[in-house]
Design a protein around this ligand. Sequence first.
Ligand code: GLA
Length: 728
Amino acid sequence: MIIQDDKKRLFTLQTRNTTYQLKADQNGVLLHTYYGPKVQGGDLSRLIRFADRGFSPNPNEVGNDRTYSLDTLPQEYSGSGAGDFRLSSLELELPDGSYVADLRYVDAKLQSGKYTLEGLPAFFGSDEDADTLVITMEDAAAHVRVELLYGVFEAYDLITRAVRIVNCGDKPVRLRRAASLCLDFPSADLDFITFDGGHVKERSLHRAHLRHGVQSVGSIRGISSHQHNPFVMLCEPGADEEHGTCYGAALLYSGNFEASVERCQFEDARLTLGIHPYHFCWTLEAGQAFTTPEAALLCSPNGFGQMSRQFHRAIRAHLLRDVWQNRRKPVLVNSWEAFYFDYDHERLLRFAKESAALGVELFVLDDGWFGHRDDDSSSLGDWWVNEKKLPGGLGALTAEINQLGMEFGLWVEPEMVSEDSCLYREHPDWVLNPSDRPCTRGRYQLVLDYTREEVRDYIFQALQKLLDNANVSYLKWDMNRALTQVWSAALPAERQGEVYHRFVLGVYDLLERVRQANPNTLIEGCSGGGGRFDMGMLYYTPQIWCSDNTDAIDRLSIQYGTSFAYPPSTMGAHVSVVPNEQTGRSVPMETRATVAMSGTFGYELDLGALPEQEKDMVVQQIQAYKESYDLIQTGDYYRLSAPTPDGAPTAWLHVSTDRRTALLCVVAGQTHAGPPFRQVKLRGLDPTLQYRLTGDDTPWPGDVLMQAGYPLPMLEEYHCLRLWLKAE
Ligand code: GLA
């Protein structure tokens, strides 16, 4: 609900558990008065203090009132060059060469339903689900107007923000920085939590108390990246899964981003989140507008768990456009770790038959089926079937797979081109690279210039030809290198600062075209595993391959970190061979499946080569996955313990929304002789109900399981437990 008090120019955004308030003061400065656990409201600007602070200057409107400074007041969307020296949200390069952005309130509009953003991913909601507030600000001297957009999803405590910047003057203005979100906190006694890592080790949680100055994470790789995720948190120092106020902020964007927090001189703090200013310079001609990506904010008064579950629910209901939303997603087998590039039609068909016999429902043909690609050095861009490997083409193979009762899925990497390809030989200028500069290769490949419509058209047509001629119900959309030498032959020198962002817009444009032309095809995102695991991609690809690391023990940390913002239903997770190819570790088959089943389940190995006993296990696992599917995909997720290197077990729980059914998963870490007795305290159950646990005749009271905990059996190293709880 949005409460607008026109007289006071006061706006209160009330959600189920939180309150967010802003106010335009007597000078038109838009103040951020409060964000946190729900309060009654009223004018909370009384929380703000005024004092004469040295070296904090005073805006023109207040004359010589030395107690009023933009440098000390909590700003809703900070400007630059006008007396607020903390992190700026907006930086303009004006026609006269000045760099000032100084915004004042103009008006506000309420709308029912959720605003949309053209060409950009955004949470969606009808009149029943969401409300919109649009506040217009202006820098009169610069002739620039700024619309601050707010979407309020009351039931989920979700507040979305985006910003539209309009050049109302008659000369070009350059945007140097345009954050999607600025959030001021009255106290910097906060921890900053980020999700970091690298290829095959994505999204490990890191937590540190705010220190003075600016600390930030971001990406200048052209993709949101394996190294840092565009989702960060701030919380009270004592906050944990169940306690304390915490804030999560995500950017729905798949390119360069920056999340910065500043601990400021008066022990206040500011968070900004948006497109990374590195190599960003956007020219707004007279009358033109620029829209930032959307940011999503969620505050939980009761710890991380509640924040995550609210994000999960909101993402499932208002971000994912999942073609399989109302039917169970098929169990898949993927050819990559089974054969890599080494296959032909016969081998694939044998693989498919053996997989089908065990109950697999979707056969995914990964890399290596096109052009003359036998390794990763060629053919990207030549999206036609290698008939030597697959005589009769995809149509014939798909028909055979379908006859086995399986659906068919295909790997593509549409944003890339190999130097050894017909496409590159024909259009060497279609890559991002200044023509007179040597290129930098990544996995032998170059990046197509998706800022250009003709490039996107070409790729769309090539993909569509494939999809028109074969029954493809799933696409794995990969992206396997970062952007370098970012320069487009199609843009003049002064517009090269737009290429990074235009590239992302181009990717979104093509994804949307492919989605619309193939409404029944599910697209799984991928970027060398989880290099582009962000809410922007989820709008187009409702699931994303979580990591190229399929080691079940490493996956515990990766999926744990991912779960802070993203629901299990979005995490691609497969069982692969042991010893694992990344780590050399051997983990029991049951554990590999338990970990993978808490995502979108599948196999990534040659099922036909398994010993008979393991084949039987596959049959049982597929059955078990089907039984737990609804609970895992739509239930609430509770992290019970964090993966640690010290050998303590990692535990998590899926709980149905009516709290009558739950599934407890526990994986033992490294074991040592003489292990301690361990118990795990469950959460989210109904304390008054009695739960029957798998293999246990005597029911357990919900409150006992939550307060005293469930006594774990002695698990051997890397062994697991997967127990159902059903209320009597
Ligand atoms: C990336 C993906 C893998 C696989 C290979 C194919 O690394 O993450 O899953 O598809 O590409 O080349």
